[in-house]
Design a protein around this ligand. Structure first.
Ligand code: NAD
Length: 424
C-alpha cells in the first residue's frame, strides 16, 4: 500500500520506517526541512536503537522518502497516519494545535479518490470524531464515511525499544468510524503476530489513556511503597519482588526510583485529568499519581543534604540526563528537576549522558558542564547522583572512593565509599 505519515518524530519516523520494512511504500512528511533532509540522507533526527540501519535499508530499497510536500504525499497515497505532537497546554490539558493544522491541511489536499486518515497521535477521547472530522469536512467539502475514511489507531511503542514494540506489539487497537475505515487499517497489520481489537474511535483513544495512566499510577504506587519502606529501613526492591510473586500482579513497572518522565506519561495523565474535568469529574487517583511524581526526583537531593549538609559550592556529578536509557529524549526528564534544584542550592553540576547531551543543552544551557563519558565526569567530583540507568553506569570502577546517591538501583554503585538509594 502507499502510505503517508505526517510528523517524523519518535512515533512518525518509526511508523514510517517499520511499514516500509514490511514492503509498503511510505512518504514521510514534516514541516521541519532539516529533519526531512536528514531522513533522506539516512540520518534519523532522533536516537532510537536500530532505527538508523532500518532507515538506510528502506531508503536503499526506495520504499521510503521524506518530504515537506504534504499535497503530493496525500495524493500519492491511499492512507495517511497523523503522528504530530500533542503537547500539554498551559493548564496541563491537551494542546491540539498541531492536530488541527494537519487536519485542515489534509482536508485541502483530498481529491475524489477515497482516502483513509488515521489518528496515531495520542488525543483525548472524542478528538477524532468531534474535532478532526469537522475540520477535514469543512476544508475539503467532503463527507466522512462516504468520501474519506477515518480511524484512530493509538501507538503503544516505548522509546528505547520503539522498533521492536512497533513490529511486535502486545495488541493493535483500531477504532474506525465505519467498517471500511477499520478494515483498511487492520489490513495493514494483518501479518503482525498480535490480536487486533476493533472498536470505535473514542474507545481507542481512551484505551491509550487508560494504559498510560495505569502505568504512571503503578510507578507512583511503587514509589510511595518505596518512600515508606525507606523510612522503615526496608529495601523496596525486595518488597516488589515479593509483591510480584502474586499471580495477580505483573512484575513490570515495579522499580521504585525517581518517578516517571518522558514525552507521554506526564502529559497524558494531565490531559485525561483535564478532559475528565470538562465532564465535571475530578480524578482522585490520577491527581495523586501526578502529585507524588512532582516531588519524587527531589528526594535524592534531600538524602544528599541529610548526609552532607549544604550543597553550596559542592561539585556534584549527575550520571544520566535522558528520561530513561535508550533514548535522547529529555522531555520531562527527572534530571531537569534535580539539576535545577542543585543549581538553586549553589552546587556545581557536572553531567554525563551517552545520547542526550545535545537535547539537554537546549534545556539546561551552559549552567552545567557536560561530559561524553562517565569516566570523564566522575573525575570532576566525589558526590555522584545516579539519575538514568544506562548500561554504561554498571561499572564498579566509577564509584570507588565516591559518595553515591542512587535513584535507579545500580548494584555496581554499592562499591562506593558511601552509598544510599532513594527507596532502599
Ligand atoms: P515529536 O515531537 O517527536 O514529533 C512530532 C513531529 O511532528 C515533529 O517532527 C514536528 O516537526 C512534526 N510536525 C508538527 N507539525 C507538523 C505539520 N503540520 N506537518 C508535518 N509535521 C509536523 O512527537 P512524538 O514523540 O513522535 O509523538 C507524536 C504523538 O504520538 C504524540 O501524540 C504522542 O503523545 C504520541 N506517542 C508518543 C510516543 C513516544 O514514545 N514518543 C509513544 C506513543 C504515542
Amino acid at each position: 500500500m502507499n502510505i503517508c505519515v505526517v510528523g517524523t518524530g519518535y512515533v512518525g519516523l518509526v511508523t514510517g520506517v517499520c511499514f516500509a520494512s514490511q514492503g509498503h511504500t511510505v512518504t514521510c512528511v514534516d514541516i521541519d526541512e532539516k529533519r526531512v533532509d536528514d531522513i533522506n540522507q539516512g540520518m534519523p533526527p532522533i536516537y532510537e536503537e536500530g532505527l538508523e540501519d532500518l532507515l538506510n535499508e528502506v531508503l536503499l530499497k526506495k520504499k521510503l522518502k521524506a518530504t515537506t510536500d504534504l499535497k503530493s504525499a496525500i495524493q500519492g497515497s491511499e492512507i495517511s497516519f497523523i503522528c504530530v505532537g500533542t503537547p500539554s497546554g498551559l493548564l496541563g490539558d491537551i494542546d491540539l494545535r498541531f492536530i488541527e493544522e494537519v487536519g485542515r491541511d489534509i482536508g485541502r489536499h483530498l481529491t475524489d479518490k477515497y482516502h483513509v486518515i488515521v489518528m496515531k497521535s495520542t488525543v483525548v477521547p472524542g478528538t477524532t470524531e468531534y474535532s478532526l472530522i469537522p475540520l477535514i469536512e469543512s476544508s475539503s467539502g467532503k463527507k466522512a464515511g462516504s468520501d474519506f475514511g477515518i480511524a484512530m489507531n493509538p501507538e503503544f511503542l516505548r522509546e528505547g525499544t520503539a522498533i521492536e514494540d512497533f513490529l511486535k506489539p502486545d495488541r493493535i487497537v483500531v477504532g474506525g468510524i465505519d467498517e471500511r475505515s477499520t478494515e483498511d487499517v487492520a489490513e495493514l497489520y494483518k501479518d503482525f503476530d498480535a490480536p487486533i481489537m476493533q472498536t470505535n474511535p473514542r474507545t481507542a483513544e481512551m484505551i491509550k489513556y487508560a494504559t498510560n495512566s495505569f502505568l504512571a499510577t503503578k510507578i507512583s504506587f511503587i514509589n510511595e511503597i518505596g518512600n515508606i519502606s525507606k523510612s522503615l529501613d526496608i529495601d523496596s526492591y525486595e518488597v516488589a519482588r515479593g509483591l510480584a510473586l502474586d499471580s495477580r500482579v505483573s512484575p513490570s513497572f515495579l522499580r521504585a526510583g525517581l518517578g516517571f518522565g518522558g514525552s507521554c506519561f506526564p502529559k497524558d495523565v494531565k490531559a485525561i485529568v483535564g478532559k475528565a474535568k470538562e465532564v465535571y469529574y475530578h480524578p482522585i487517583v490520577l491527581n495523586a499519581a501526578l502529585a507524588l511524581n512532582e516531588t519524587q526526583p527531589l528526594r535524592l537531593i534531600r538524602l544528599a543534604e541529610e548526609k552532607l549538609g549544604s550543597l553550596k559550592g559542592r561539585d556534584v556529578v549527575v550520571l544520566g540526563l535522558a528520561f530513561k536509557p535508550g533514548t535522547d529524549d529529555m522531555r520531562e526528564a527527572p534530571s531537569i528537576k534535580i539539576i535545577s534544584s542543585l543549581l538553586k542550592k549553589g552546587a556545581v553540576v557536572h553531567a554525563t549522558d551517552p545520547q542526550a547531551i545535545s537535547a539537554a543543552r537546549k534545556i539546561l544551557g551552559e549552567k552545567i558542564s557536560y561530559y561524553e563519558t562517565p569516566g570523564e565526569a566522575v573525575e570532576k567530583g566525589d558526590v555522584l547522583f545516579i539519575v538514568t540507568e544506562w548500561e554504561e553506569y554498571r561499572d564498579e570502577a566509577l564509584y570507588r572512593g565516591k559518595t553515591v546517591f542512587d535513584g535507579r538501583n545500580i548494584a555496581e554503585a554499592r562499591a562506593a565509599d558511601y552509598y544510599e538509594g532513594v527507596c532502599w
